[in-house]
Write a protein that binds this ligand. Structure first.
Ligand SMILES: *Cc1c(COP(=O)(O)O)cnc(C)c1O
Length: 646
């Protein structure tokens, strides 16, 4: 953490821009307007079309679509698909590379039908295909990737049924490549292929020796869960050749992990994989494709570093390194250039969706004060504590802070021994927080603040209670401490006078976010936010949630899926967009049914209990009917807190 506390006396929207680092993480898709609103620029063909997110929030409020909600910008999905494909094409042209690019979108990164449909549609003209890693994903891919010129790449562990589905796909004209993850799969494949009379197209996944960097580095290396060792690779070739399927081997696959933070691991993997490719070709295998897997990272914290939530390279650099790396090995060894396949998922979908949630309260550490005036016969520890606040001066903050903490600890021990009363402790708490606040006031704007005193602002910080669930909407922030950009939707021309961490509405103390982008680099424990106003809603946007977190959320506390709006930009509209679709989130009845409860039985049981009280005269019949209706209606209502929550 840098040793400086932000001075927020003067403010305009450009300072908010710096503070929240919007232009560093948003790839130009989001920005802050002069009036302090957060704007989206979802279509890279229309850089001047800016959608005001606050207007979307207002329209949703008017249409009764409750928050928290996911806002999906379909134009961002399209823009990302186009960017990846056109950049590969440009670099291939420029490098005079002879093969073509055939990208595939890995469905596991976001399986939502609308997302997959949009990606397939945007990728149509580039012959962009799909990747599946399980039977259900394959079922979806078979129905949705209908372009015979694009690939369907099949990864993941496979059983007989998986192979049958794959070969069915081939029979209906899909360009299916079955990637073998482990040696024994080959035997099943050969048996099923002979049984069905279909010649499969096969890919071999290599367990490269090189290791990726970042959170998922164990996806590669000799202890990797997937892929064939060099021994297995050669045996696979021999086995398939013996079985008459030697010509089937078309693709060499590797995937060294997701969110590769360091470009060097990409370069190393390309080098090793292209050597494997060259060797296999020289061994007589007629490979056509080299598949570089996924891993293209998203710079969530905007630091362009090798932090786990960042990366030290751009998409262009990544693509350059792939194309030129493969070309070099092929040219040096005089073999032809293979087609290139890549399976970027995170980089395609992360930007397109955000979660907007309302702040419904503030939890302060020092919300009420107790009378701290001098009392007759008060304990010496209390007097000592009071003295600290009176003796504070420019050069003794650190000493006074140490004394404050030490006296507080002594008082807790004294209380436990029965020496101090609850009233004494209430005085202690008030004096403690007041003194901390005093020290903090002095620190603001200081050029240098001692390391130890840097914790004071966060000790004094509030927790903002946000109507959402970390476990549903930002699971990676909880599970792997991923940093996500979080920005208020409006009031960005106003100075944020508070610093706060966020807590959600689950009954779980882990349901919080306390690592944020630090504008000076690294991560911060708190986020600068605005003071809440009694008569005005305050919404925060959690950005870059479109990959994995969008679909991996769980049912903790039975909150379930969020309401969603799908936004398309539209120049002829006064607001430059329209809501193309509303997908309703989970109702209480929905989430209960996933846990095997039946709404009907629940409602009947409660009704019977009410009827019984009515018949005994404990509840009036009219009230009984109302209570029964109320319970039943709740089953079709949203699981999150309604707007009256304070
Ligand atoms: C998960 C996965 C991907 C997607 O990785 P990203 O880092 O999201 O691009 C691609 N290929 C395979 C085999 C995977 O398991």
């Amino acid at each position: 953490m840098p040793n400086k506390i932000i001075d927020t006396q003067t403010w305009d929207y450009q300072q908010s821009e710096k503070l929240y680092g919007v232009d560093r993480w948003s790839k130009g898709y989001f920005s802050i307007g002069p009036k302090g609103d957060l704007l989206a620029t979802p279509d890279h063909h229309q850089p001047n079309l800016k959608i005001n997110i606050q207007e979307i929030v207002e329209e949703m409020n008017e249409s009764g679509i409750q928050f928290p909600a996911v806002i999906r910008f379909h134009d961002i999905l399209r823009s990302q698909v186009e960017y990846l494909n056109t950049t590969f094409r440009q670099v291939i042209d420029e490098a005079e590379y002879d093969g073509q690019y055939f990208g595939v979108f890995p469905i596991k990164v976001n399986q939502m039908r609308e997302v997959v449909e949009e990606i397939v549609s945007a990728g149509e003209k580039y012959n962009y295909g799909l990747e599946a890693g399980s039977k259900p994903e394959l079922m979806a891919a078979l129905a949705y990737n209908t372009n015979p010129n694009s690939l369907t790449v099949l990864n993941g562990y496979k059983d007989e049924e998986y192979f049958r589905l794959a070969l069915l796909g081939q029979q209906i004209g899909r360009h299916i490549i079955i990637v073998i993850e482990k040696f024994n799969e080959l035997k099943t494949l050969v048996r099923i292929a002979k049984d069905m009379g279909v010649t499969p197209k096969v890919g071999l996944r290599s367990k490269l020796m090189v290791k990726g960097k970042g959170k998922w580095k164990n996806s590669s290396g000799e202890r990797a869960k997937f892929g064939l060792s060099y021994v297995e690779m050669l045996s696979a070739v021999d086995y398939l050749t013996e079985q008459g399927f030697g010509q089937s081997i078309e693709l060499l696959h590797f995937h060294i992990g997701s969110q590769l933070t360091d470009i060097r691991s990409v370069k190393d993997a390309i080098q090793e994989a292209s050597m494997v490719y060259m060797n296999l070709v020289k061994y007589g295998v007629q490979l056509k494709y080299i598949d570089v897997g996924g891993g293209l990272a998203v710079d969530y914290d905007g630091s362009q570093s090798t932090n786990n939530s960042s990366c030290n390279y751009s998409t262009d650099e990544y693509i350059h390194d792939i194309v030129y790396g493969i070309k070099q090995t092929c040219d040096l060894n005089d073999i032809s250039h293979p087609h290139i396949v890549s399976e970027s998922g995170r980089a395609i979908t992360a930007y397109h969706s955000c979660v907007v949630a309302k702040v419904i309260g503030e939890i302060k550490p020092n919300s009420t004060n107790y009378d701290t005036s001098v009392a007759d016969g008060e304990h010496i520890l209390i007097s000592n504590l009071r003295d600290i606040s009176q003796e504070l001066s420019g050069d003794n903050y650190q000493e006074m802070y140490n004394d404050l903490v030490s006296i507080k600890e002594q008082m807790v021990s004294a209380f436990n021994l029965g020496v101090l009363t609850l009233k004494d402790m209430a005085k202690m708490e008030s004096l403690y927080w007041q003194t901390l606040e005093q020290i903090n006031q002095h620190l603001i704007g200081e050029e240098f603040v001692p390391e130890q005193l840097m914790e004071i602002p966060s000790l004094l910080s509030s927790q903002y209670l946000v109507n959402f669930s970390v476990f549903q909407s930002t699971i990676d922030s909880w599970a792997i401490k991923q940093v996500l950009p979080i920005v208020p939707i409006n009031r960005l021309a106003e100075k944020p006078s508070k610093i706060a961490s966020l807590v959600d509405i689950t009954c779980d103390s882990d349901g919080k976010i306390d690592h944020f982008i630090d504008p000076n680099g690294g991560t911060a424990r708190t986020l600068p936010l605005h003071e809440l106003k009694a008569d005005e809603d305050y919404h925060v946007g959690i950005f870059l949630t479109g990959a994995y977190q969008d679909v991996m959320g769980d049912m903790h506390n039975l909150f379930g899926r969020l309401n969603e709006v799908h936004i398309y930009s539209y120049d002829d509209d006064p607001k430059d967009y329209y809501i193309e679709e509303v997908v309703h989130g989970s109702t209480m009845g929905n989430v209960l049914s996933t846990m095997q409860y039946s709404s009907e039985i629940l409602a009947n049981t409660v009704k019977r209990a009410i009827d019984k009280k009515v018949s005994k005269g404990k509840i009036k019949p009219r009230d009984g009917v109302q209570l029964t209706d109320f319970y039943e209606n709740c089953l079709s209502k949203y699981t999150y807190l309604s707007d009256d929550a304070k």
